[in-house]
Design a protein around this ligand. Structure first.
Ligand code: CA
Length: 237
């Protein structure tokens, strides 16, 4: 998913005190088209929300000083932020805590450790629920269209059958046509950062993606850039 055409990138305020987690969240959200702000404690979070209303607040439960739950309660108590989409992030997964999180008014609840991909999917789902007009439903390039809600790809009006990995690969390429993606970068974006995947695995999936897209003798839109990586490029010939 991504921002609707011409729309600004959605702004996510990350309220978290652990530097490695801040880094992970910031990296993944920005790679997926969000803009991020970082608050390391509750006071900073409330100040930053006052300065610029975020599209989503991602709130860690365990924070120094004011807890995430308390920040959530304070945001819900103010007119300006009553409807603000809030995602609680926590290491605690017990049912009682989960219920408390929802009672306090969080819209969604994510338990650590989480997969960045799942997190990003949940944020887009929340954006779609709370502000449907801001979220694009499709990505298009040349005669390829991806339906982001249904996870389906079409070429020239015909369905293209892709495995989940090839679908994600195509989606990443479609997010930024003409951009050359290194194999290493594709591994981060498609398989996840920190996941060990050999670079030639990327080549295997690109080959399968090409085969699926180019069925019926259609022209190849994926450009192999020697020594650099791959790009989606309709002008490659
Ligand atoms: Ca924490």
């Amino acid at each position: 998913m991504r921002a609707a055409d011409g729309g600004p990138r959605p702004y996510v305020l990350i309220v978290e005190d652990e530097p490695p987690l801040i880094e992970l969240l910031k990296y993944n959200l920005e790679a997926e088209g969000f803009r991020t702000g970082i608050a390391r404690d509750g006071d900073e979070a409330l100040l930053m929300v006052d300065e610029e209303t975020p599209d989503i607040v991602m709130l860690d439960w365990m924070l120094p000083e004011i807890s995430g739950i308390e920040i959530c309660r304070q945001l819900r108590a103010k007119d300006k932020t009553r409807e603000l989409p809030i995602v609680m992030l926590t290491a605690r997964g017990e049912e009682a805590d989960r219920l408390r999180g929802f009672e306090t008014g969080a819209d969604d609840y994510i338990v650590k450790p989480f997969s960045p991909r799942e997190l990003v999917a949940r944020l887009w789902a929340l954006m779609r629920r709370t502000n449907p007009a801001s979220v694009a439903e499709t990505l298009e390039y040349d005669d390829i269209v991806i339906d982001l809600a249904k996870h389906k790809a079409m070429r020239a009006g015909q369905p293209v059958h892709l495995s989940p990995t090839e679908y994600r690969l195509l989606r990443v390429l479609m997010e930024r046509p003409l951009r050359v993606f290194s194999r290493e970068w594709l591994i981060d974006l498609v398989w996840g950062r920190g996941v060990y995947v050999e670079e030639r695995t990327v080549d295997v999936h690109i080959r399968r993606l090409r085969r699926a897209l180019n069925a019926h003798g259609r022209k190849d839109l994926i450009r192999t850039v020697r020594g650099a990586g791959y790009a989606l490029d309709a002008e490659r010939h």
